[in-house]
Design a protein around this ligand. Sequence first.
Ligand code: FAD
Length: 285
Amino acid sequence: MRPVDFDYAAPEDIAGVVQALVDGGDDAKIISGGQSLMPVLRMRMAAPELLVDLRKVDGLREIRQEGSELVIGAMVTHHTLATDPLVAEHAGLLAQAAATIGDAQIRYRGTIGGALAHADPAGDLGAAVLALDGSVDIVGPAGERTVGAAEFFQDYFTTAVGEDDVAVAVRIPSHAGWGSCYEKFTVVAQAWAVVAVGATLRIADGVIQEAKVAMANMGPTPLRASQVEAALAGAAVDAGTLDAAGSRAGEGTNPPEDSAGTPEYRRHLAGVLARRALRSAAGVE
Ligand SMILES: Cc1cc2nc3c(=O)[nH]c(=O)nc-3n(C[C@H](O)[C@H](O)[C@H](O)COP(=O)(O)OP(=O)(O)OC[C@H]3O[C@@H](n4cnc5c(N)ncnc54)[C@H](O)[C@@H]3O)c2cc1C
């Protein structure tokens, strides 16, 4: 189906984007890669009167180091995340998650800002950013603020990005030297996760110093598997310990029920994927 007619603006700076959103009110929407928005418009599930495109805004496609953080512009595509050497070095889990998204066309067009703002609970980047203790820089009419991932994701398709706000960058504290693995289970290739688990571990002298584990599609927002993390902190790296901790990933979760699986099946799957992700992140066969 063809979308309802809309006006189009492509401001050249963020101030212009915010102004266009304010002027457009409820009827204005940002477009980045269009990979989630265009299907919604074509199905006429939304009919904004104005699309405000970020493509001309300078700097939104940059990836740079700022102190101990990696700063990733909101218009950085999934393909770039999956292939950029800085992302691989400092945020390996994010690169791995991005590589699993959809197909090549979606990875070339879709952006990290769009994916996080869209906040599909099955989205891969939200889980990775949450596991990595990332945060999002947001600019709105009242200025700029930075929101940690745990506060950013609020509910199904709901985030801290307000109607007149723009997500401009994602900040990831460097995880250089950490082992990581993103395990995603799909019904068919190149699809959304039935469940996905991302794990990243800092290991020294055969001991897990820190463990960070997050899951996609196990609730209305990406979730940290804090019981798994607690079970691993300070533990020796061995298969039994990793498996016992990973098995607990589904505890306390309330995953959705749909044609791909029941909540009980998803909790089981989370345990299986967490065990695999932890073993791989730790380099244990
Ligand atoms: C067939 C298909 C398969 C897919 N498979 C997967 C998958 O396996 N895993 C996965 O994670 N994703 C998947 N996606 C979604 C894909 O990752 C999208 O690219 C992503 O969800 C949205 O990014 P976008 O840049 O295309 O955003 P858009 O579609 O342009 O925008 C999405 C929403 O976010 C808002 N928005 C966009 N950018 C910003 C910003 N900077 N600040 C504030 N609001 C903003 C828009 O107004 C809109 O509401 C799939 C999509 C399709 C069509």
